[in-house]
Design a protein around this ligand. Structure first.
Ligand SMILES: Cc1ncc(COP(=O)(O)O)c(C=O)c1O
Length: 313
């Protein structure tokens, strides 16, 4: 298998010309916050990562637009944020932004609900909640043809510390610690364990372990984000006649698995070729690649069964 070249998240120069900021669409140069902004100081935001895919007919469609905005608004409640925009409003605003920004090819959409008040008080309420959205062009975030990962010495942040399911900006320092050390040691990504040593997820992706016909992923109660791609892959695996399980997974199962792969809006479906220098299974990735093929067909509008995953722009 040939690994695709990883394409890093774009430099600022590629960022879409318009952003949604303080309740209106503005040129990107005007979408700036003060150094004293609460979220800038304390990480008190929730965010999403959404993709828009170029379709076979040349149009663009947003993948799981409503699901992402529903999750964003649910997670905003963790931060006691009140957001006047509904999920439907945010989908419409995003469609409008993508039309204006007219990226050439696939795009990535980054919405945030953040505390815009200029305040050094460590608290959650009375801090002027706002929504911001910007877009960038984005290809493959990680190679999709077999990645090398390591099990991190950093522990996944627990639900009683900063809930991983919240997609809270500040909690991504935990992911950054793990990803940074993995990259420095020559790996593509890190797998984090829960406090009691079970598999949680990768730095920005959910984890699946394949053994025989069983495709298993850690339960939502093991400090993972309730990934929207994770749900989609569970559905695809069921539709492909595989046995799916959401269950607690031991670390040693990684080393005994036939296949292991990551899923997420960014990584899409990324088979893992080795974990801590141990090759995964026989390296044929038959099930992972079949699921990856079905996923790409769905997101590009080639499979009618999944047409309701897409919102045209
Ligand atoms: C920590 C973490 N886990 C899992 C995922 C995958 O979630 P989704 O499939 O909703 O993009 C992400 C984001 O992409 C993430 O940041």
């Amino acid at each position: 298998m040939t690994a695709l070249e990883p394409r890093p998240i774009s430099a600022a120069a590629d960022i879409g010309a318009f952003a949604y900021f303080e309740g209106t669409v503005v040129p990107i140069g005007e979408a700036n916050v003060s150094i004293a902004t609460h979220t800038f100081n304390y990480g008190t935001a929730v965010f999403e990562g959404i993709r828009a895919y170029r379709q076979a007919d040349g149009s663009s469609a947003i993948l799981f637009a409503h699901e992402h905005y529903a999750r964003l608004l649910r997670n905003a409640r963790l931060l006691r944020a009140s957001v006047p925009e509904s999920a439907d409003d945010l989908v419409e605003i995003t469609r409008d932004l993508l039309r204006r920004n007219a990226h050439d090819g696939d795009a990535y959409i980054r919405p945030l609900v953040y505390k815009s008040a200029r305040s050094i008080r460590v608290k959650l309420t009375g801090l002027d909640d706002r929504v911001g959205i910007f877009t960038i062009p984005l290809g493959d975030y990680l190679p999709t043809g077999g990645i090398r990962v390591t099990v991190s010495a950093w522990q996944r942040v627990s639900d009683n510390a900063i809930p991983a399911r919240g997609k809270i900006s500040g909690s991504y320092v935990n992911a950054a610690f793990a990803a940074e050390d993995a990259h420095a040691a020559g790996y593509d990504d890190a797998i984090l364990l829960t406090g009691d040593g079970h598999l949680a997820e990768a730095s920005a992706a959910n984890l699946f372990v394949v053994r025989g016909r069983e495709v298993a992923t850690p339960p939502l109660t093991d400090d993972v984000l309730a990934g929207i791609t994770r749900s989609a892959i569970l559905q695809i695996a069921r539709d492909a006649g595989l046995d799916v399980a959401e269950r607690r997974i031991d670390r040693s199962e990684l080393y005994l698995a036939d296949e292991v792969f990551l899923t997420g809006t960014g990584v899409q479906v990324a088979p893992i070729s080795s974990i801590d220098e141990r090759p995964v299974g026989t390296g044929d990735f038959a099930i992972s690649l079949d699921i990856q093929r079905r996923y790409f067909a769905a997101v590009r509008g080639h499979d009618e069964r999944y047409a309701n995953w897409l919102t045209s722009i």
